[in-house]
Design a protein around this ligand. Structure first.
Ligand code: XUL
Ligand code: CO
Length: 435
């Protein structure tokens, strides 16, 4: 009934192994830049994709084979699922996990019953975490599945819906705190709109700001030490999601006086939907000191929706790890596999392969990123490109020591600037050497 118990543990066997159920690159205790790989990568599995995603799509019912799940909405079934999930984490040596309240505990017929269900499952999760030595990376509330949230949660036109969402978030934060969660994520589920004809955008955004302030006040009240994250996404399910990309989120946080209380959880597929590279989104967040965590997956470049595939793009993973190493590593965040199998890869074993592929890709990317940093060629070339800012007039501008009038006088004396080639192709030649 539980295939994750019968399989031999997935272990590091090195790049030459012929065993497909082994790691070729992820060697948890191997030091990279003086720190074990496991601490750099902080891998996490997503409860929703592993245990609750039936793999249905708009054209067909779910195909996922989950022999441990009796499909009932009972607490027994919920706790059995949690046990299977921890066997899955054990099998792969994944230390962290993430969940939504409704993934782990069934929604009851009243608000109070839902809360009691969550509290019961949290006790089981506490026991499992202790027994298996696992940790919660982050928790969150599902504010998008139930029909009451069809028009938004914090941004609903209906104030009572806002209260239901507030109650859910309060209790999801409590659950996260009880489980020692490193963070708590706000992904704006249905916080957006389909048409401005029926939407008061300003009022909805004000409500979202209020909602987040209420959460921050509560966090301080109970002394929750986890980090709050916002996860940008530009569209799907709504046409225009308010948290559309990293820059929009940072601006929102600044505008509503929330900047100090949040970091960003950047997801690869969401970056792609926003028309950005993941590297861009990470860099925007990191520039502001706000790169907190990563939902590691990837989209399909030929499709315009969130396919949540397992991350296997090595150059992209290397860009991610370069940015993470560049900011000195994760603090409370990590690499959460917000990824699912394809509908036609429906067996439990496919979940194992998906995670092996993702973990090995990131382990390899980490080592390549460390090599690029140690070598320093690319960094030196970038520094060289900006070297006119290190001395003379460039340094004076950066230091804020010259006026526009003085620059006018300088430019009149200065011969036509000689602009060197940007050498993109040369950068690409050097980049490709590392792979
Ligand atoms: C949706 C998504 C969510 C968040 C958590 O696209 O990424 O699963 O990560 O709510
Ligand atoms: Co996500």
């Amino acid at each position: 009934m539980n295939p994750f118990r019968t399989l031999p543990k997935v272990r590091y066997e090195g790049p030459d192994t012929k065993n497909d159920l082994a790691f070729r690159y992820y060697n948890p205790d191997e030091l990279v830049e003086g720190k074990p790989m496991r601490e750099h990568l902080r891998f996490s599995a997503a409860f929703w994709h592993c245990m609750r995603n039936t793999l249905s799509d708009p054209f067909g019912v779910g195909t996922a084979f989950m022999p441990w799940d009796d499909e009932s909405n009972t607490l027994d079934n919920a706790i059995r699922r949690a046990e299977v999930f921890f066997d899955f984490l054990d099998l792969l040596g994944i230390e962290y996990y993430c969940f939504h309240d409704r993934d782990v505990a069934p929604e009851g017929t009243t608000v109070s019953e839902s809360i009691e269900n969550l509290e019961t499952v949290v006790k089981a999760l506490q026991r499992l975490q202790n027994d298996r030595g696992k940790k919660l990376l982050w928790g969150t509330a599902c504010l998008f599945s139930h029909p009451r949230y069809a028009q938004g949660a914090a941004t609903s036109p209906n104030a009572n819906v806002f209260t239901y969402a507030a109650s859910q978030v309060k209790n999801a934060i409590d659950a996260t705190q009880a489980l020692g969660g490193q963070g708590y994520v706000f992904w704006g589920g249905r916080e957006g709109y389909t048409t401005l004809l029926n939407t008061n955008m300003k009022r909805e955004l004000d409500h979202l700001g209020r909602f987040l302030h209420l959460a921050v006040e509560y966090k301080k009240l109970i002394g929750f030490e986890g980090q709050f994250f916002i996860e940008p996404k530009p569209k799907e399910p709504t046409t225009h999601q308010y948290d559309s990309d990293a820059a929009a989120c940072l601006n929102f946080l600044r505008e509503y006086g929330l900047f100090d209380d949040f970091e960003l959880n950047i997801e690869t597929n969401h970056a792609q939907l926003a028309g950005h590279t993941m590297w861009h989104e990470l860099q925007v967040a990191a520039n502001a000191g706000k790169l907190g965590s990563i939902d590691a997956n990837q989209g399909n470049p030929y499709l315009g929706w969130d396919t949540d595939e397992f991350p296997t793009d090595l150059p992209m993973a290397t860009q991610i790890m370069l940015t993470v190493l560049g900011m000195g590593g994760f603090r409370k965040g990590g690499l959460n596999f917000d990824a699912k199998r394809r509908r036609d890869s429906y067996e439990p074993l496919d979940l194992v392969y998906g995670h092996i592929a993702g973990m090995d890709t990131f382990a390899r990317a980490l080592k390549i990123a460390a090599k690029i940093r140690k070598d320093g060629t690319l960094e030196k070339m970038v520094r060289q490109r900006y070297s006119s800012w290190d001395v003379g007039i460039g340094a004076e501008i950066e230091a804020g020591k010259v006026t526009l009038k003085e620059l006018d006088a300088y430019a009149r004396r200065c011969p036509e600037p000689e602009l060197p080639s940007a050498r993109q192709e040369m950068f690409e030649v050097i980049w490709s050497r590392y792979f």
